[in-house]
Design a protein around this ligand. Structure first.
Ligand code: HEC
Length: 148
């Protein structure tokens, strides 16, 4: 092979190797599984954070859980963007997308604010804002099917 061909083959390989990054989930099951995984991560971080506040887990991890919660929250809306009904989502998620996405963006902003406060002022500064930050139930009551 000439050097040029080797170079071109290398480029082609690089293009194929990076392709999966651009592939979007189309399978409805994948879409539903993914948003459940994101929500479960939120649940795990919220529970871990509460444990640090209740003295059941290392207090020094409080701010990191707050930060991780905010990071996961920032990824939540895009997990619901494909209009795939099912899972425990009510059809209203997409029928009232403006309201749903507003709620999710507000939740994202609140968790980011909370994480900042946790980092600068620790649990003492952040804890009073905890209830107002975790608007999980408000959204679930409106957009998640009740579990039997
Ligand atoms: C703006 C709306 C919204 C917010 C805010 C929200 N959720 Fe959810 N959540 C949903 C919807 C919708 C579902 C149903 C997803 C599905 O099954 O299709 C869900 C599902 C879940 C599930 C079940 C996942 C599964 O495996 O079935 C858990 C756990 C969860 N959320 C935790 C949380 C926690 C904890 C918070 C707050 C820290 C939160 N959620 C905030 C809308 C929201």
């Amino acid at each position: 092979m000439t050097r040029f061909l080797q170079f071109a083959a290398g480029l082609a390989f690089a293009a194929v190797a990076t392709m999966p990054v651009a592939v979007r989930a189309e399978d409805p099951t994948d879409v539903i599984d993914y948003r459940k995984l994101v929500m479960k991560s939120l649940g795990a971080q919220a529970a871990a954070m509460n444990a640090t506040l209740q003295g059941k887990a290392p207090a020094e991890n409080f701010a990191t859980h707050a930060e991780t919660l905010a990071l996961v929250a920032s990824q939540a809306l895009v997990a619901f963007t494909p209009k795939i009904e099912g899972g425990d989502s009510k059809p209203e998620v997409w029928a009232k997308w403006d309201d749903f996405s507003k709620k999710m963006k507000e939740f994202q902003a609140a968790t980011a604010e909370f994480a900042k406060l946790a980092q600068s002022g620790g649990a003492a500064a952040a804890q009073p804002k905890l209830q107002a930050t975790l608007t999980c139930k408000g959204c679930h009551d409106a957009y998640r099917k009740p579990r039997g």
